[in-house]
Each structure stands twice: as structure tokens, then as C-alpha cells.
Design a protein around this ligand. Structure first.
Ligand SMILES: Nc1ncnc2c1ncn2[C@@H]1O[C@H](COP(=O)(O)OP(=O)(O)OP(=O)(O)O)[C@@H](O)[C@H]1O
Ligand SMILES: [Mg+2]
Length: 250
């Protein structure tokens, strides 16, 4: 089996530590598609993304199944502050990542500035000199996005990138992701416990529960005609939101 550039095929993925935590998950992402993963805390969303990246935490391993990714994969992690080095100015960090891609120090610096502009960080020359704690939550998330884009990924894995943000900033980051997806032809695998957020961005949704994918389908079908009681409960929890009314009319 072979996936095209930007495609991803996860078949029967199992992840184990002392016990099995993810019990045979299948995911299929077509090139350019946005696939959402929703599910309660502890259902295996982050571990699944980490397994796709090949970055499982120490003590955990892939104990079954296969992952095939077409092209480069980058990931935005759940908690930006733990990922960004507190002692390194964010502009220098990004320039280092760009430098690792090759080229001169000056061209890496210029590329870093371009990426700050691409993720709509205001006044890039000032913000590049800041340390992570001197940025707002939304700005930190944009820095993480810029770092991920520096690798020129075909597939972007996003782990709750907007959960810590207030609603307005969340909407801005979601709009930015949608725009980057369109302009760069990115495929997105987008994790959130919030079905409304996933519905606003994703073509299809996979519902996780207890380390299993319990339901999968087109976003409109999942929202309007959930098959599993668990999915219905997720839908009922967010149903008054306008974003879902839009999905229903697709
Ligand atoms: N390093 C680890 N060692 C052992 N167990 C772990 C480890 N990391 C996660 N787990 C367990 O694996 C299960 C899935 O964790 P995971 O982080 O994938 O959940 P999640 O769906 O991302 O939850 P959340 O919405 O809270 O982020 C949980 O039961 C968790 O306790
Ligand atoms: Mg998680």
C-alpha cells in the first residue's frame, strides 16, 4: 500500500506501556484533507499523534499496526510553553530551526522573519526578540506554528492548538490554520476535545474513546446523524453553537 504526498494511513495502531493504551486504531487522511480527532481526556488522541510523529514518550512503544505518511510531517504540541526553551528568544529559536534546513545564518534569519509574517505575528522585528514568557498565549501558538512550517511539512499534526486560548484568539488561530491549509496545500490531522472546534475546520471526524476509534464519518453526518450514543452525547454537549448549524447546511 502506498499513500500520495500529503496522505496518511494508520492501520491497526496499538500503543503500549505496561498495559495497552491504544487498541488498534485506523486513520486515513487524503492529501489536502483536514481530519479531526475528538474524544474525552485520556482517550489516546495525543499518543496517536505522537506515534505518527515517531515521538512516543519514554516507556511507551508501538506494539502493533503500521503508520505510513506521504511526505514531511510536523506537529504542534498541546502545551507551547513546555515546548519552547524559556531562555531562547523566539526569533533565534526559529532561525536555528531554519538554519538546520541549510543555507547561511542571514538567509535563515530572513526566512524566520518571513514565517513570523506568514503566521500573522504583528511587528515581527520586535516579537522575534522576545522570550516565550513575554508573549501572549495566541502569539506563542503562532510561534509554534511558524516552527512547524519551517520544516515545510505536507502533513501538519495539531494537538489541541487552541484549547488554552480565549474564544476570539481561538477563532483567529483556526482561521489562520484554514488559510495555511489552502495556501500551502497542507493536510491537517487536528485533535481537540471540542467537537465544535473540529467541526469548524475539518472535513471528516474520528471519535476516540478509551483508546479506540468508535465512530468516523463526514463532519456533517457525525454532527447530524451520530450513530454511537457516545458521539450523540458529544454532539448534544455543543449543539447550540452556530458553527454546527453551518455544518448542518452543507
Ligand atoms: N508517558 C505515559 N506513560 C504511561 N501512560 C501514559 C503516558 N502518556 C499517556 N498515558 C496514558 O495513555 C492514555 C492516553 O493518553 P493521551 O495523552 O493520548 O490522552 P488524550 O486523549 O490526549 O487526553 P487529553 O485530552 O487529556 O490530552 C491515558 O490513559 C494516559 O494516562
Ligand atoms: Mg492530549
Amino acid at each position: 500500500m502506498s499513500v500520495g504526498v500529503g496522505g496518511l494511513a494508520v492501520d491497526g495502531l496499538r500503543i503500549s506501556g505496561e498495559t495497552e493504551l491504544v487498541h488498534g486504531v485506523d486513520l486515513a487522511l487524503a492529501p489536502g484533507e483536514a481530519l479531526g480527532i475528538v474524544g474525552e481526556s485520556g482517550s489516546g488522541k495525543t499518543l496517536t499523534l505522537r506515534a505518527v510523529m515517531g515521538l512516543l514518550p519514554r516507556g511507551l512503544r508501538v506494539s502493533g499496526g503500521t503508520v505510513e505518511a506521504g511526505g514531511r510531517v510536523a506537529m504542534i504540541f498541546q502545551d507551547p510553553l513546555s515546548y519552547l526553551d524559556p531562555m531562547t528568544r523566539v526569533g533565534n529559536l526559529l532561525a536555528e530551526v531554519c538554519r538546520a534546513q541549510g543555507g547561511s545564518v542571514a538567509s535563515a534569519r530572513a526566512r524566520a522573519r518571513e514565517l513570523f509574517v506568514a503566521v500573522r505575528l504583528p511587528d515581527p522585528d520586535t516579537l522575534m526578540r522576545r522570550y516565550p514568557h513575554q508573549l501572549s498565549g495566541g502569539q506563542r501558538q503562532r510561534v509554534l506554528l511558524a516552527i512547524a512550517l519551517a520544516a515545510e511539512p505536507d502533513i501538519l499534526l495539531c494537538d489541541e492548538p487552541t484549547t488554552a486560548l480565549d474564544v476570539t484568539v481561538q477563532a483567529e488561530v483556526l482561521a489562520l490554520l484554514a488559510e495555511l491549509r489552502a495556501s500551502r496545500g497542507l493536510s491537517l490531522l487536528f485533535v481537540s476535545h471540542d467537537l465544535a472546534v473540529v467541526a469548524s475546520l475539518c472535513d471528516r471526524v474520528v471519535v476516540f474513546r478509551d483508546g479506540l476509534a468508535v465512530e468516523t464519518g463526514r463532519t456533517g453526518d457525525i454532527v447530524n446523524r451520530p450513530k454511537q450514543p457516545y458521539t450523540r452525547a458529544l454532539v448534544d454537549a455543543v449543539l447550540p453553537l452556530p458553527a454546527l448549524a453551518e455544518v448542518g447546511r452543507e
